[in-house]
Design a protein around this ligand. Structure first.
Ligand SMILES: *Cc1c(COP(=O)(O)O)cnc(C)c1O
Length: 233
């Protein structure tokens, strides 16, 4: 299957059920991204800042770039001028930094708060208590140049579908609760990003409305396939 065929098939499935497709193009060359673009895809996700910047400079300007990986505060300034959404906000400090650079660029940046749902010791993501603390920060409402669009989560990498389903269910419940408690008057809190190639059907079944697919679209990733111009990130 070609990249174009994959995009068309996924878009055909997702449009009627209102699920947004983020094409995860990390490690893939710009030629592959261009093929997906030519098939109508506009939303792309990358997880490395340096790679994202280089691709953004080369590729069409109407692409909506999502940063889906962990972001260090000292790198926010490089992507603030153009990034469409930062999906993995996992601290108030980072949110404040994004707000600062969004303001400098005279923009509002859409963000998702990353929630730690996996049964794994991954470093990133907020637990429930940390999420509530962040939303209750005194300064939170003063951040006028970030817009919290919703939540994002990564399920455990396991064959156990029941386990994955439970994690997605838990995130959906949290999303609904946070929406009612903190964003009742804001229609823009509308995005629940969950599901990758291995588990997106389960995620959609549990209420996801944004999936992040890499290998399903572009084929298996061979790490180091993408060569950064200056070799570091
Ligand atoms: C790489 C990545 C994906 C896509 O993974 P696939 O298994 O190739 O679909 C989705 N989300 C995040 C956060 C990623 O880092």
């Amino acid at each position: 299957m070609s990249i174009a065929t994959n995009i068309e098939a996924l878009q055909t499935d997702f449009k009627p059920i209102n699920v947004k497709l983020v094409a995860v193009s990390k490690t893939k060359p710009v030629e592959d991204i261009q093929q997906a673009y030519d098939a109508g895809q506009r939303l792309f996700g990358e997880n490395m800042v340096q790679e994202l910047i280089e691709k953004q400079q080369t590729l069409p300007k109407d692409i909506e770039w999502h940063l889906i990986g962990h972001l260090q505060t000292n790198k926010v300034k490089y992507i603030a001028p153009f990034v469409a959404m930062i999906q993995a906000v996992d601290s108030f400090k980072l949110l404040k930094e994004i707000n600062k650079h969004a303001l400098k660029n005279n923009r509002t940046i859409d963000c998702l708060l990353q929630i730690h749902i996996a049964d794994e010791d991954t470093k990133f993501g907020l637990d429930h208590a940390e999420l509530i603390d962040l939303l209750r920060e005194d300064e939170f409402s003063a951040l006028k140049n970030v817009r919290i669009r919703g939540l994002m989560g990564i399920a455990t990498n396991t064959e156990n579908e029941k386990n994955i389903k439970e994690e997605f269910y838990e995130l959906k419940m949290l999303f609904d609760g946070v929406k009612v408690s903190f964003f009742r008057s804001e229609d823009s809190f509308d995005t629940l990003s969950m599901g990758m190639s291995s588990d997106y059907q389960l995620a959609i079944g549990q209420g996801s409305n944004m999936v992040r697919l890499g290998s399903t679209i572009f084929g298996k990733r061979v790490t180091k396939q993408y060569k950064s111009k200056d070799g570091n990130d």
